[in-house]
Design a binder for this molecule. Sequence first.
Ligand code: GAL
Ligand code: CA
Length: 346
Amino acid sequence: MKMKKILAAGVLCCMGVNLLCACGKQQMSASDKVHVGVACYNQNDTFISELITSFREQLNGYEREDLETRVLIRDAAGSQRTQNDQVEELINAGCNVLCVNLVDRTNTSEIIDLARENDIPIIFFNREPVAEDLRQWDKFYYVGAYTKQPGVMQGEMAADLIRENSQIDRNKDGKIQYVVLEGEPGHQDAIVRTESAVDTLKNNGIELEKLSYGIANWNRAQAQNRMEQMIGQYKNKIELVLANNDDMALGAIDAYKKLGYTEANFPVFFGIDGTDVGLKAVMDSELAGTVYNDKEGQAGAMAKLAVALVSGEGMEDIEFEDDKYIYMSYFKITSDNVSSYVNEEK
Ligand code: GAL
Ligand code: CA
């Protein structure tokens, strides 16, 4: 009997200790609250807004009883000064990790100082800071996609199509007359996408003649405008339009439609991104192809890293290049695979 009592007391005592432990665990420590401040360069950018939607969803997926996630988003609408203020505001609002999509990738000093003074890690994304800036603190990271790859893929898709369809060379001079629609001049992706697409076409034996180019800052309306000017100058001489992203490729198509061109007189158009509208345009055979910019992959890496940086758990499962960089691969999308891709997505 005495023995039983002692045992019972022991069991109760253990339960008590367990209960205490459990309570202790349930009590949230500051590090179990992942409060992410997202600062983006321009939320009107189609790709960025889709990436952020995916980020919200994926971060939400980390919610557990003992892990709370929250996202605060600020849109700099193209002004680095506004973004600097917003970063400060996000830190003051209690965010303990930031995801920053820089307006001006060469103008990071103020944000860097704010982060270090307040000991808040930063995951830069999509717009890559210069390497020296990223090296200034061990809590700076970058998540993005490989720079050369989408241009190479766009060039390969265009070369395949041109080889298989002799009618693309409409004036039958053995050369492809082309124009380029380019993203922002200072962006790490814009020039490289153009150069690598053109080089790849040439390396694949396609003879090219560059007629013109237009800078349209990733933007559909600007691209339409630039394209209308180029059509005005070259009429139906343009056989190929290479655009640094889908929105600009779609703007180019808008221009042809607005000027009353029939589809038989359209050049072929290639984009990059695989945004919702971009994929739809491939489905509708308006875009000959696009290159999928893996926003789900990038958003997923950002969410995982944000949780790991705040909770201190899971860092060892993340693979970095040069200790700080995470780059996603692109995928080619044409009418051959787009339907399965759209279905897989949904
Ligand atoms: C690129 C993307 C563009 C635009 C740009 C903004 O990666 O392809 O559509 O979103 O980022 O920095
Ligand atoms: Ca030609």
